[in-house]
Design a protein around this ligand. Structure first.
Ligand code: MN
Length: 256
């Protein structure tokens, strides 16, 4: 849709496509002055809880009350999911970054670099995924639900045939994720096309270079208290709280 420029590519590759990629941008900001000005990450440092003074990540507060997404997602699930699970990913991310720093400095165990690299990928992606997840939801009927409009709606029609076909595809993909994972709507920068991807765990099966626009957490911790084994019911209810204006904003940034 738009010509590819070096800045577009940098933006795509350092965006939230793969958690560690975006985090690399922030963690290298001191070493590469000007990098932040060149690249425009899809989530801001505030949205990602990045603290430049400590070079660590903190847990951003939810952008709404814990019970704001009822009845689609219950208050207790939101409290545990945000305050415990998301916080845990951030601790894991900061720890992995610290351990890799120790290895670089010669004080850490270099034999564990594979372990800590995996931890960076898993927990870094876990943090970015959840930061995005909270931001792309809103109270039903008050910013949440309905259908997209404008350029995003046109892109969904062009990529999937119609919004209804997209919903069917996305719901099926999310429902069929094997084990713990995510359903994703992503933007592929070369074609400008939107794709639906299944994610396993926090980062597996993601496609290099794409930019996530909308993700649905289908780990059991996201729905089991209310829905038990009925993941399909959770997916169906979740559509009522999708914050399409936020997704449209992410699409505009991704599509240049
Ligand atoms: Mn989760």
């Amino acid at each position: 849709m738009t010509s590819q420029t070096p800045i577009d590519r940098r933006t795509a590759l350092t965006s939230i496509a793969v958690g560690a990629g975006a985090l690399g941008l922030a963690s290298c900001a001191k070493a590469r002055p000007g990098a932040a000005a060149l690249a425009a990450p899809l989530l801001s440092s505030t949205e990602l809880g990045y603290d430049a003074r400590t070079n660590e990540y903190t847990l951003p507060p939810l952008p709404y009350a814990y019970d704001a997404l009822e009845p689609a997602i219950d208050e207790q699930t939101m409290r545990i999911h945000h305050d415990k699970h998301h916080a845990g990913y951030i601790r894991g991310l900061n720890r992995a970054l610290a351990k890799l720093s120790e290895i670089r400095e010669g004080t850490g165990d270099a034999g564990l670099i594979k372990h800590w690299s995996r931890e960076l990928s898993f927990h870094g992606s876990g943090h970015v995924n959840h930061a995005l997840f909270w931001l792309t939801m809103a109270t039903a009927g008050n910013g949440g639900g309905g259908a997209p409009s404008g350029a995003l709606a046109e892109a969904i029609d062009a990529s999937f045939g119609s919004f209804e076909k997209f919903k069917t595809h996305f719901s099926a993909a999310s429902g069929a994720v094997e084990g713990s994972g995510w359903g994703w709507l992503v933007h592929e920068p070369t074609s400008g096309r939107l794709l639906v991807i299944q994610g396993e765990k926090q980062q597996d099966m993601m496609m290099t270079g794409v930019t996530p626009l909308l993700g649905l957490d289908v780990w059991e911790h996201a729905y089991y208290l209310k829905y038990q084994n009925r993941r399909a019911d959770y997916v169906k209810s979740w559509w009522s709280v999708v914050n399409w204006s936020k997704v449209a904003q992410l699409y505009t940034r991704a599509n240049g």
